[in-house]
Design a protein around this ligand. Structure first.
Ligand code: GDP
Ligand code: GDP
Length: 459
């Protein structure tokens, strides 16, 4: 689990410029997929071999308050609660402002590891004047210019130095699958975890120290063990306030990284919201397995019964039935066509066992290996039936396909020219692989590599 580094500071001091410079490289290779978050406020970075996740709290929507001081305070509070290290950015051009002093007080009292960065120190004069920031009483200000890229290495050095010692990652590749329960606040994550813990045998409960924002529990279901990654855990201890919604997406994303299968909870009474789509996009992007759970289905059933009996208030629409809801899922989460959809009620334990069944089945699907001969047979006949179109007089040729990895199943296509591949043809090939081999409930990856020129040369 990567430590979390939060950037705080007044508007316009250069937080997002710094953030983009730090993760720009990674952003550029993010695939352009529907449902994925474009306006990223968090991303991974590394320096001297230490990896961490960076959050730009300035990008968080912390409510409507026009009061700048209050908005910054909310950012800082969240950073203090969630982050391992806080980078406080001030503006070397403007000097200390009242808001800076206010933030400095909060940070000093929190005792959180801190890096004070004086940005916009573009020239020697400003670098000298930055000594004024000693007055904040927060250790040494490090000068940088995010737009020029100078001094940012020193800031990174300081961040890495302030990080908690890198704990040996716990053995994460235990044989049993890891299942993360994710979703927006109030969709029923805690209720589902409680339902599972109430009906399945708990082998190891609340593994401490593995992460700071999730709780792991090993349970047994039908003779199979699985690790439950509970992202709701922290909220039971903590508070709910502005910005928690956004942080919950971040937390979900971090749990997704660690899981084999994500159980994505959706509140049936609210339909599919933008936030749900963001989390679903993160699951797909990470190529994890996924079960879509439409939770609180008991409420929908009750409403539909009212309508049938004529007890519903006039003008009230009848809620969708399962088939109609499935159509909505198909439309709104169309990048997850492979995900099973389960209608459930955590509160009454309705279909909770089915969720675990599905998660275990998907984890197994992810570990399947397709023999190379069979794979090539399927791809060859798919291409004969529906050949790729010509691009500027040239045609994609696939020489050879092999499954390079499991979890997620990853297929390498050795081709004449990867640029000749059209995304619709890639989708066609993926569908053909799924038709032949299944992989229900999990993303699979298709990689296209130019074939080596030297036929017999080593890789
Ligand atoms: P944020 O509101 O804190 O995220 O600030 P931004 O990153 O949006 O930057 C605010 C403005 O300051 C933009 O016009 C940036 O181009 C500018 N800026 C950011 N970093 C620097 C810097 O190091 N030097 C100078 N001169 N301008 C900068
Ligand atoms: P979390 O924030 O995602 O962990 O959500 P909680 O588990 O705390 O649930 C939020 C609210 O929804 C609570 O009041 C639960 O009792 C309620 N709830 C959760 N699951 C169900 C369900 O299946 N049916 C009904 N009727 N209410 C539910």
């Amino acid at each position: 689990m990567k430590p979390l580094v939060a950037i705080v500071g007044r508007p316009n001091v250069g937080k997002s410029t710094f953030f983009n410079r730090m993760i720009g490289k990674q952003l550029a290779i993010v695939e352009d997929l529907p449902g994925t978050t474009r306006d990223r406020i968090y991303g991974d970075s590394d320096w001297n071999g230490r990896e961490f996740t960076l959050v730009d709290t300035g990008g968080l929507d912390l409510g409507e308050s026009d009061d700048i001081t209050r908005r910054i305070r909310a950012q800082v509070q969240l950073a203090i609660e969630e982050a391992d290290v806080i980078v406080f950015i001030v503006d070397a051009g403007s000097g200390i402002t009242e808001a800076d002093t206010d933030v400095a007080d909060l940070l000093r009292r929190s005792g959180k590891p801190l890096v004070l960065a004086a940005n916009k120190a573009d020239n020697a004069k400003r670098r000298q004047e930055a000594v004024d920031f000693y007055e904040l009483g927060l250790d040494e200000p490090i000068t940088m210019s995010s737009s020029q890229g100078t001094g940012t290495g020193d800031v990174l050095d300081a961040i890495v130095e302030a990080l908690p010692p890198s704990e040996e990652e716990p053995e994460e590749d235990a044989e049993h699958p890891r299942v993360a329960i994710v979703g927006r606040p109030n969709v029923g994550k805690s209720s589902l975890v409680n339902a599972v813990l109430g009906q399945e045998r708990v082998i190891v409960s609340e593994v401490p120290g593995t992460t700071r924002d999730t709780i792991d529990t090993v349970v047994e279901h039908n003779g199979h063990q699985l690790t439950l990654i509970d992202t709701a855990g922290i909220r039971r201890r903590g508070r709910v306030g502005p910005g928690v919604e956004k942080y919950s997406v971040l937390r979900a994303t971090r749990a997704i990284e660690r899981c084999d299968v994500a159980v994505l909870l959706i509140d049936a009474t609210e339909g599919i919201t933008a936030q749900d789509v963001h989390i679903a996009g993160a699951i797909h992007e990470a190529a994890r397995g996924v079960v879509v759970v439409i939770n609180k289905w008991d409420l929908i059933k009750a409403k539909r019964a009212e309508h049938r009996l004529g007890l519903a208030p006039p003008l009230e629409d009848e809620p969708p039935d399962a088939q109609e809801f499935k159509e909505t899922v198909k439309r709104d989460l169309k990048f997850l066509p492979y995900a099973p959809v389960i209608f459930a009620a955590a509160k009454t334990r309705y279909h909770v066992a089915n969720i675990l069944d599905a998660a275990l089945k998907i984890a197994e699907e992810r570990t399947r290996r397709i023999p190379t001969a069979k794979l090539n047979e399927v791809v060859k006949s798919a291409m004969l039936r529906h050949p790729p179109t010509h691009v500027k007089g040239r045609t994609l040729r696939v020489y050879y396909v092999t499954q390079a990895e499991i979890s997620p199943p990853t297929f390498i296509f050795f081709v004449n020219e990867p640029e000749l591949l059209h995304f619709s043809y890639e989708r066609y090939l993926e569908n053909q692989l799924r038709q032949a081999f299944g992989f229900e409930g999990t993303a699979i990856r298709l990689r296209f590599r130019q074939r080596e020129r030297r036929e017999k040369g080593e890789e």
